[in-house]
Design a protein. Structure first.
Lengths: 254, 320
């Protein structure tokens, strides 16, 4: 069984985000990129399925700074094949363009199952999964937090509000948007990642011409202004604690 | 050109989801801008009564046994057919586990533009999306010809999407639904747990800032001293540090306590949508730019690892 895991990098939200001089995009000069956390779960779910069924796992991503580390880390976890995609996307790439380009490349990889993060925090034209599924002519199920393959079928757990799960089954090939793997993404020792750098090959492919049709054109990007920002308490722990005790008393909790 | 605005209504096991009413409220604003009607689309089986209290000018109702429960493939097929036939000016979907499963496929299938994470609609037909965990807003024009939009909660009150008057309901024929590759086997109920956080009056919530499982005990100690219950945002539950019964957010519970104390929670939209019913939100986060401070009544940037032990101690002293 061939499992393909398309992953992407997103701005690290722990860092301060600023809008560039043009006012329509994030300033990329100081932007730190990290793996989209849902993609990290997609890799984990793929490795879990490999351990159960002996599947072959390919991780594929666009060539942004930091991508080699991401791919070698995936290999250390158990990915069998690593692909990075080159192209002209210095100023970013939207999901419609990426999905169209990925569809051409992934079709040739003959996937039985595609797992990708259910969303990324900077998606503005929908998430990548359903777009890619449609371009490939596959069905899609998102918000998946568990999957098991049996024969030509996959049984998945789809999340609904208030902890409700819908157990669905789909005939392969299918694309799943992963919300969470069945276990937290595994940790791998840096020594193992270094070993992969020496032994694993990252294949490079060309994304080809990009077609962004279907994504909106941003005419203004800005940081939200709070209508009413929180009343800030002391910066000193003991003082802030005593202010909170007063608040709890006023609210009748103490 | 058709200036009507359609709303893809969401319902789950016989109940209309709040996001459907929020969409109807938002759509009113946009319909004023386009001069068109608000049209609710309901897919289901023997489900037309669901539309009774919609604040809509018209309801299009598609009935089929295979539409009684949400199956992404079936819903996408029927909705794409309706959109292609009527060609409305815009169609709203929930930015939810239902809407987000199908809107991308419809965009790709029909070649229509898609704007996601929209929170508010400006009267001049501009759409404002909330991205990057609530830290960035992006504004765009309503794209041509039919804009597909996913709406996040927070911009409109669900009550505005309801009306005492039933809108006229038009039954429409559905396409064939044979050859589906996806089916629903069963629903699995959430495991019953010791507490129901949706009913607790005092919640101590921990987020990514709690850093590891051992530190959860800090929150437990404070909860015990105050007489509250510990709950969590998504990253904590995904790490397995707390069970899903304690999850507040999109796939978890919506809560409405008297006090919601958020420790190390940034305030991503998926979490915020589930806590806005709280009477008082108190936020503790070392990042002064964390969006949680925009909805909290009180806040502090003191490190939670300094604050929580001090607070627990003072609460204990106060109680004697």
């Amino acid at each position: 069984m061939n499992i393909i895991v398309p992953v992407k990098l997103v701005p690290d939200l722990v860092e301060e985000l600023t809008v560039d001089a043009g006012g329509t995009a994030l300033d990329t000069a100081w932007l730190r990129l990290i793996i989209n956390e849902f993609d990290d779960h997609a890799i984990e779910q793929a490795i879990l399925l490999k351990e159960r069924t002996g599947a072959h796992v390919t991780v594929v991503s666009t060539n942004f700074e930091g991508i080699d580390d991401l791919l070698y880390t995936a290999a250390a976890k158990g990915a069998d094949r690593l692909i990075k995609l080159n192209g002209d996307f210095e100023s970013g790439i939207n999901n419609h363009a990426l999905a169209r380009a990925l569809a051409t490349i992934i079709r040739d990889l003959k996937p039985d199952l595609i797992l990708t993060g259910v969303q990324a925090h900077n998606d503005l034209d929908g998430s990548i999964g359903p777009l890619l599924a449609e371009y490939l002519g596959m069905p899609y199920i998102g918000y998946v937090s568990g999957a098991n393959v049996s024969g030509e079928k996959v049984i998945v757990r789809k999340e609904y509000p208030a902890g409700l799960i819908g157990e669905m089954q789909a005939i392969l090939p299918v694309l799943l948007g992963i919300q969470a793997a069945e276990q937290p993404p595994r940790y791998v020792a840096i020594s193992k990642v270094r070993l992969m750098m020496k032994t694993m090959n990252i294949e490079e492919m060309d994304l080809g011409a990009l077609d962004s049709t279907g994504a909106p054109i941003v005419n203004r990007m800005f940081q939200p202004e709070a209508a009413e920002r929180a009343m800030m308490l002391s910066e000193n722990a003991d003082e802030a604690a005593s202010q909170l005790v007063t608040i709890f008393k006023e609210l009748g909790t103490l | 050109m058709n200036q009507d605005i359609f709303v893809a209504i969401e319902h789950l096991r016989g109940k209309v989801s709040d996001i459907s009413y929020i969409m109807l409220a938002a759509t009113r604003v946009l319909a004023q801008g386009t001069g068109g009607k608000v049209v609710a689309i309901v897919l289901g089986h023997e489900a037309q009564d669901l539309a009774r209290n919609f604040n809509a000018d018209q309801v299009l109702y598609a009935d089929h046994p295979l539409l009684s429960d949400f199956i992404p493939e079936a819903y996408q097929k029927i909705l794409a057919g309706i959109i292609d036939e009527y060609k409305p000016r815009a169609v709203f979907f929930g930015h939810t586990t239902i809407g987000m499963d199908i809107v991308g496929g419809i965009s790709a299938q029909l070649g229509l533009p898609l704007v996601s994470s929209v929170r508010t609609i400006e009267t001049d037909r501009k759409l404002v999306s909330q991205i990057c965990g609530g830290k960035i807003m992006a504004e765009c024009e309503l794209p041509e010809p039919t804009a597909l939009i996913t709406l996040v909660p927070g911009g409109y009150k669900p009550e505005l999407g309801q009306s005492p008057q039933s809108p006229p309901i038009t039954a429409i024929s559905t396409q064939m639904l044979d050859g589906l590759r996806i089916k629903l086997n069963q629903y699995i109920e959430p495991e019953t747990s010791d507490v129901d956080i949706s009913k607790e009056p005092l919640l101590i919530a921990v987020g990514r800032g709690i850093q590891n499982q051992d530190n959860i005990s800090l929150a437990e100690d404070l909860a015990q001293a105050l007489g509250g219950v510990v709950c969590a945002s998504r990253p904590v539950v995904d790490q397995g540090w707390l069970p899903i019964s304690r999850l507040v957010g999109k796939s978890g519970s919506t809560v409405k306590p008297k006090i919601f104390l958020a420790l190390g929670i940034s305030g991503a939209p998926e979490h915020v949508e589930a806590i806005t019913g709280s009477d008082v939100i108190i936020a503790v986060n070392t990042d002064p730019a964390a969006p949680i401070f925009n909805i909290a009544k009180y806040g502090t940037t003191v490190d939670l690892f300094d604050l929580v032990p001090a607070l627990t101690e003072q609460v204990k002293q106060t109680k004697g």
